[in-house]
Design a protein around this ligand. Structure first.
Ligand SMILES: NC(=O)c1ccc[n+]([C@@H]2O[C@H](COP(=O)([O-])OP(=O)(O)OC[C@H]3O[C@@H](n4cnc5c(N)ncnc54)[C@H](OP(=O)(O)O)[C@@H]3O)[C@@H](O)[C@H]2O)c1
Length: 339
């Protein structure tokens, strides 16, 4: 049992092969640290569970250094200030930052962002108004550059980023086709979120349905999954299409070589562009996106869904549900009593 005096943490115990196992994690407990000069002690309430965390567990070249064996797992999180030795923060403030998979974190104030739980609930600052929302906004609008009347296809469409991408594309006047796993998710994105159509990739190869639903081709493909779905979408590109490489979750646990797109010559045929992007490159513009997204939320044009799972100790199993399609919307781990 955790007491008030203890801070529980999930540390990386081993580099996983394939889907992470319980033995790849260590659940440890230590005294709650004291903040030093310029630092803030945060009690964590919501931990953002992101597919990218799987990549951070590998000892491989990437945009962020690997999490070291024995270190607390890296994660975005939201919580409340308990003690502050930084002039910009006081006890009770709501904050977000890279706080780790733990119950308390001490961080430099300069790495924290203060948020207002009166605008949206605190959890939404790790989803629609957090990194997830920024990913959908900048990936679609800045990289995908959709125009009214164009056809946008998004995979992982009932997931955190995907469901926002589809709705933003609708706000921008596009026709939107979502690709998701299972009938319930497909029904949800069409009936609740206003997508024009959905494809259940779990029913089998998607090429025929994709052709039927996108008879003039795909102008923007927002890729969250990679693999066969990326390949099928490449085959259906329209002239001057943009392919946004946001993620490739189908490959993250692969124990073989990453499956690259064999249809890449369609980029040449259709004079199309395929471009990867990282949300962190847009940090300096996040206020602009947050303002516009918050406006759409207020006007009821943009819905979001936080899939909140309770129980710090469930982290290893809850994290894995991302790779099994267990979540609809943003997967978040709720810590403590959630106050
Ligand atoms: N570039 C960036 O800066 C950036 C930032 C954030 C996220 N991302 C990427 O964006 C993508 C979505 O992230 P998210 O946080 O929104 O996660 P998410 O979509 O909420 O959750 C993952 C979803 O992926 C789907 N999935 C899992 N395995 C799959 C497979 N083998 N084939 C097809 N779909 C599969 C599952 O939905 P189904 O039930 O539909 O299969 C699952 O629910 C990820 O690739 C992530 O790495 C990139």
């Amino acid at each position: 049992m955790a007491t008030q005096e203890q801070n529980r943490q999930f540390r990386l115990a081993a580099r996983p092969v394939g889907l992470p196992k319980r033995s790849d994690w260590d659940l440890t407990s230590e005294a709650i640290p004291e903040p030093g000069e310029g630092q803030v002690l945060v009690r964590i309430t919501y931990i953002s569970l992101d597919p990218a965390m799987r990549g951070w567990m590998n000892d491989a070249r990437s945009y962020a250094p690997p999490v070291q064996i024995g270190a607390v797992m890296r994660a975005y999180a939201a919580g409340h200030v308990v003690k502050s030795r930084h002039p910009d923060f006081k006890e009770g403030d709501c904050v977000v930052g890279v706080l780790g998979v733990q119950e308390y974190a001490v961080v430099d104030g300069k790495h924290l962002t203060k948020v207002d739980p009166n605008v949206v609930p605190l959890s939404a600052y790790v989803s629609v108004l957090g990194m997830t929302g920024m990913t959908a906004y900048f990936g679609l609008l800045d990289v995908g550059k959709p125009e009214p009347g164009q056809t946008v296809v998004v995979s992982g469409a009932a997931g955190a980023v995907g469901m926002l991408v589809g709705q933003i594309a609708k706000i921008k006047g596009c026709r939107v086709v979502g690709i998701a796993g299972g009938e319930a998710k497909c029904r949800y994105i069409v009936e609740e979120l206003g997508f024009d159509a959905a494809i259940d990739y779990k029913l089998g190869p998607i090429s025929t349905t994709l052709r039927e639903l996108c008879p003039k081709g795909i102008d923007v493909y927002f890729d969250n999954v990679g693999g066969d779905i990326l390949d099928a979408c490449l085959a259906q590109l329209a002239m001057h299409a943009r392919v946004v490489i946001c993620g490739a979750i189908s490959q993250y646990n692969s124990t073989e070589r990453v499956k690259g797109p064999s249809n890449y010559m369609m980029l040449l045929v259709m004079r199309a562009r395929m471009e990867g992007f990282l949300v962190m490159d847009y940090a300096s513009r996040s206020a602009e996106a947050a303002r516009e997204m918050a406006g759409w939320v207020r006007e009821g044009k943009l819905k979001w869904r936080d899939d909140i799972v309770e129980g710090f100790e469930t982290f290893p199993e809850t994290f894995n549900t991302l790779f099994e399609g267990g979540n609809t919307g943003k997967l978040i781990l709720k810590v403590g009593d959630g106050r």
